[in-house]
Design a binder for this molecule. Sequence first.
Ligand code: UDP
Ligand code: MG
Length: 324
Amino acid sequence: MDISVVIPLYNEEESLPELHSWICRVIDGMGLDYEVIFVDDGSTDKSWAVVGQLARKDPLHVRGVSFRRNYGKSPALNTGFGIAQGRVVITMDADLQDSPDEIPELYRMITEEGYDLVSGYKKKRYDPLSKTIPTKLFNATARRVSGIRNLHDFNCGLKAYRSEVVKHIEIYGDMHRYIPYLAKLAGFHRIGEKVVQHHPRKYGHTKFGLDRFVNGYLDLLTLWFTGKFGKKPMHFFGLLGSLMFFLGFVAVIVVGVAKLYAMHHGSHYILVTDSPYFYISLVLMLLGSQLFLAGFIGELVVRNSQKRNEYEIASRIDIEKNTL
Ligand code: UDP
Ligand code: MG
């Protein structure tokens, strides 16, 4: 199979027939073998019934999965990725904001230019200002933290992947915003971008509010932390804890010695417990040891994790037993 188109959808009944026929028109035109996978994320409208109708009309291409309840876009994508069979996997939103006309060029970039992942870039967006301005900030932060400097639009719903990529990354929670970063952390480095057409939403309404930016920011921190220290938490907590403890320890000694010195020389001195620095040092030492303990607990968790020795193996060479 050449192409799998994966479409997460939540209450998008009006858009689906139009989207389906548009996708089919484009890929039929390319003369390729394909499937369209609709992942219904627990819609409460008639979306799933519409997918059923499409499947009856076009049983050769339409597949569908329906969640019993709404889990979110990431779980929907992850499920679609799990069952996709195409050599190239393309994701797009169900709301007709992304254009299927981009599929041929995305497909070409993956198969001919050797990209692992190509992300769409909605250079001209048709979204309210309250969304476009924070999005710019969000992308700038994501670029810095992830080190993927050439991407302008991490969260674009329209993306293309080599099938190996989608089979090796796990998208959970709200991590769909950072799929390029997840791919990079899994060792897929050839990440490209293509400017794509964007359209205003035709039917229904957006499923995400402004909380997307708060959650997006927290998720970015999580990814940075797990990517860097996920397998060795002590390197993070231990360093921070030791530094704090050391600072506190030095400070407490300075406070004590200063008092002894003043006493010895008969000048005015105050009790150690009357000095604010004494309490600050205590707090530093306490926090430092807490952080250190958090590091130990992190190491215990890692040691007991099933995944502690799971790595991404790109290729291997073995000796065939029978030929010896
Ligand atoms: N979506 C989903 N589950 C959710 C929320 C959204 O599958 O819980 C789908 C939605 O149906 C659409 C895509 O994710 O196909 C993008 O959502 P939306 O258009 O609301 O996001 P926006 O374009 O406003 O970023
Ligand atoms: Mg949308």
